[in-house]
Design a protein around this ligand. Structure first.
Ligand SMILES: [Zn+2]
Length: 440
């Protein structure tokens, strides 16, 4: 009897836990917002900021924005939009249903996964947890010691290792080779960005079909730039964006993409309860300190930096304060070339990529951004933020929610763009040496 009672209890707890997941999002609705001009863009953004709502993507002319609104806030939000005549519709009435669906689809995909540790790599159709990726990076360095080095860039607030890979045909010894840096998952909930880093690693180390990319360039790849936040988005709160630092009262987390030393604290939030909290000072966080160390160490050779986010199908460059970098024309040129390569292989249901200065495209200023900081450090070379497509699949998953069918595709199509950018900097020998020659 005791055994049976225990079994019943275990079953009860399992069922209860399964049901309790995503409970805090029960009744939250996802709104699709339409704007016609940049005056409306500003008005909508003011409403979202004033009400401290969860903006998933910016509403801009020609591209509807997505905003998640808690049940109790819905009348207020709708009234505010109605007052200024903004068109909107409810994309998902109860986001919890979509969260449960995502769990189910991703679990099925994980069960189908044929990855074995002794196999050739990692399953590129699965959203892997931090522990799996962390182990994978270590394994790769052991299996391919001639081209892969794994580096521990520091420890997070909760003590996780922030690992990245250095991939090079000769251990970074050729100082004239450009370095290309790819980062994903700086924002925890942007799960679909992880396959981009894993695909890049796969094509540079395991399934090498483009020898020139490894012969003529060195690579630094940071697959999980925000390990604590990423794990929290799996275990506790799917829509968590920041890291997990505490000590700010009742709210936790610093927005790592507002924590870099570029106009720090000028267009971000001072409140730890907001998603764009910039932290107590620039580079206050181990994750951004790691970035600063990488940039300082390789500054003279970094030719291309890509920080991968989701979502909106955009390739954006600096600066987040409306100023254009001195090489804006080149940033635009190479950005368009990368976008065209992605568009050529993207799914037909997706929009074409937009390219441009971040404020010009999304109509919103931001300070402390990662790609802005790197741009100031590498001068006339190239720094971008990618915003991957939002995917609305058969199950209707949209925004940050990921359907397994798109995981592989996100990696494959974005890699086409990255290759194009890499070949541009290789062909044009875009390194500091080049800057110095140009400045003579
Ligand atoms: Zn992001």
């Amino acid at each position: 009897m005791a055994g049976l009672a225990k079994l019943v209890f275990v079953l009860f707890v399992s069922v209860y836990l399964a049901q309790a997941k995503h409970e805090e999002y029960d009744g939250h609705s996802l709104y699709e917002i339409r704007v016609n001009d940049y005056e409306e863009v500003t008005k909508v953004n003011d409403i979202i900021d004033d009400m401290n709502l969860d903006r998933w993507s910016f509403a801009i002319p020609g591209q509807d924005g997505l905003v998640l609104v808690a049940e109790g806030m819905k009348p207020l939000f709708e009234n505010a939009l109605n007052d200024i005549g903004i068109e909107y519709k409810i994309e998902t009435a109860n986001i919890k249903e979509k969260l449960d669906l995502e769990d189910k689809l991703l679990a099925e995909a994980a069960r189908r996964s044929n990855y074995t540790r002794s196999g050739a790599g990692i399953d590129l159709n699965v959203i892997h947890r931090w522990g799996v990726v962390d182990q994978y990076l270590t394994d790769l360095a052991r299996r391919f010691p001639n081209i892969v080095r794994v580096v521990s860039g520091g420890r997070t607030f909760q003590g996780r290792d922030i690992k990245y890979l250095r991939i090079s045909s000769n251990n970074f010894q050729t100082s004239s080779k450009p370095i290309i840096v790819i980062q994903s998952l700086l924002h925890a909930r942007e799960w679909v960005t992880l396959p981009v880093a894993l695909q890049a690693i796969h094509k540079l180390v395991i399934d090498v079909t483009d020898q020139d990319l490894i012969r003529d360039a060195d690579w630094i790849i940071i697959p999980i730039a925000n390990p604590d936040g990423y794990e929290f988005s799996h275990t506790n709160n799917r829509f968590w964006r920041k890291n997990r630092r505490t000590g700010f009262g009742i709210c936790a987390g610093v927005d790592l993409n507002r924590n870099h030393a570029f106009n720090w604290g000028t267009a971000s939030s001072n409140s730890a309860c907001q998603d764009t909290f910039h932290g107590p000072s620039a580079f206050s966080e181990p994750e951004t300190q790691m970035k600063r160390n990488i940039i300082n160490q390789y500054r003279s050779r970094i030719a291309l930096y890509i920080d991968v986010h989701s979502h909106g199908s955009m390739i954006l460059f600096g600066f987040g304060n409306r100023q254009l970098p001195s090489n804006a024309l080149l940033l635009n040129l190479v950005g368009v070339q990368m976008a065209q390569r992605i568009d050529a292989v993207k799914w037909p249901s997706h929009r074409n990529y937009r390219v441009g200065n971040i404020v010009a495209v999304i109509g919103y200023t931001a300070s402390g951004g990662s790609s802005d900081y790197v741009q100031t450090m590498i001068g006339s070379r190239l720094s971008y933020t990618f915003e991957l497509p939002a995917y609305r699949g058969q199950g209707g998953l949209n925004g940050f929610l990921v359907e397994p069918a798109f995981i592989r595709q996100a990696g494959v199509e974005t890699w086409e763009g990255i290759k194009e950018g890499a070949r541009y900097v290789i062909r044009n020998r875009l390194t500091l040496m080049n800057d110095e020659i140009a400045n003579e």
